[in-house]
Write a protein that binds this ligand. Structure first.
Ligand code: IMP
Ligand code: MG
Length: 307
């Protein structure tokens, strides 16, 4: 197999309109990365897997490379037989190149990821209402207490600024700061738009921090981290203000779905890949006022046929 040529690199829309991606799903994935201003390279490198003498007879060219995350992605949106083959190639590549991070994005993960950003079929998913309680009010309050204790220890004698990411963080933040009442702190909020859509496809700061954070210790407080694609640019935005430090604190962590790395110093509960509401988190702006965390009953639409 001949090495594949370098075709496109992000970010930003393709000025020429000449996007020669192999598969529409790859194009959709690229659009999502553009939306989040995540720089990427499309098939920038081929990894030799098998040789006959000096001749390379098999290669693996992951679809995307995210230089900031030093992470390759291979999308598996095709037939099951191809998925099996890709899995084998991925295993071999990992053995031969142990320092290279390659992740396989399965069709299911990928569809959900796109759906979340209004691109894919999950945007048509039917939501039936609350499903079941994942964490009770008591469990949540106990865990927030533990996080507050750790923060109090780590910031003893300092006066950190808690910056809540609106709107999902406000309930958590209110509990957290009151459980850290013997710490001298300041609070502020930041809000970003993620679902801008249309031509305006990126994370944009809608409401910036007012407090001057230069030289200060900042704790970014978020309700839930999912792909990490919104918290990471927020972190970078805050870092540009030259604080003494920035640490990330999130009540819920959907780690299984992480696409870009965000170092969470304080995490409440790890949760499975399910859509959840309550304790500040919403579905269509509802349910934020539930004192517990509940999953939603989502009926996924039938998969779109692949070619
Ligand atoms: P990320 O940028 O993919 O990490 O998504 C984080 C943001 O998406 C959070 O601030 C929430 O607003 C929202 N979000 C992610 N997962 C859920 C969920 O399960 N329920 C409600 N909101 C969610
Ligand atoms: Mg929301």
């Amino acid at each position: 197999m001949a090495p594949k040529p370098r075709r496109k690199s992000g970010q930003g829309p393709d000025e020429t309109g000449d996007v020669s991606f192999m598969h529409p799903s790859e194009q959709e994935f690229a659009k999502m990365l553009d939306y989040y201003k995540v720089p990427y390279l499309y098939e920038p490198r081929s990894f030799p897997l098998r040789w006959e003498g000096n001749r390379v007879v098999e290669m693996f060219s992951p679809d995307f490379y995210l230089p900031e995350q030093d992470q390759y992605f291979e999308l598996t949106t095709m037939k099951q037989s191809l998925v099996t083959q890709k899995n084998r190639k991925l295993r071999q590549a990992k053995e031969l190149y142990p320092d290279v991070n390659i992740q396989l994005l399965y069709r299911r993960d990928y569809v959900r990821l796109l759906g979340k950003y209004g691109y894919g079929p999950l945007s048509d998913a039917e939501v039936k209402g609350l499903d079941r309680v994942l964490f009770t009010e008591e469990q949540i309050q106990a865990r927030v207490g533990e996080l507050a204790r750790r923060i109090k220890q780590d910031y003893a004698g300092q006066s950190p600024i808690f910056v809540g990411v609106l709107r999902g963080a406000f309930v958590f933040m209110a509990d957290l700061i009151r459980k850290a009442s013997d710490l001298s702190i300041e609070t502020d909020f930041i809000s970003v738009s993620r679902y801008g859509g249309g031509q305006d496809r990126h994370v944009e700061v809608m409401r910036d921090i007012d407090v001057d954070v230069a030289g200060r210790h900042v704790i970014l407080v978020e309700g839930i981290v999912d792909t990490g694609m919104s918290l990471r640019p927020i972190m970078q935005h805050v870092l540009a203000k030259r604080p003494a430090s920035v640490e990330m604190c999130a009540m819920f962590d959907k780690r299984a779905r992480r696409v870009v790395d965000v170092p969470l110093r304080y995490a409440g509960f790890e949760i499975p890949d399910e859509f959840v509401v309550g304790y500040g988190l919403d579905y269509d702006e509802r349910y934020r006022n539930l004192p517990y965390l509940s999953s939603m009953q989502v009926v996924e639409p039938k998969p779109v046929p692949q070619r």
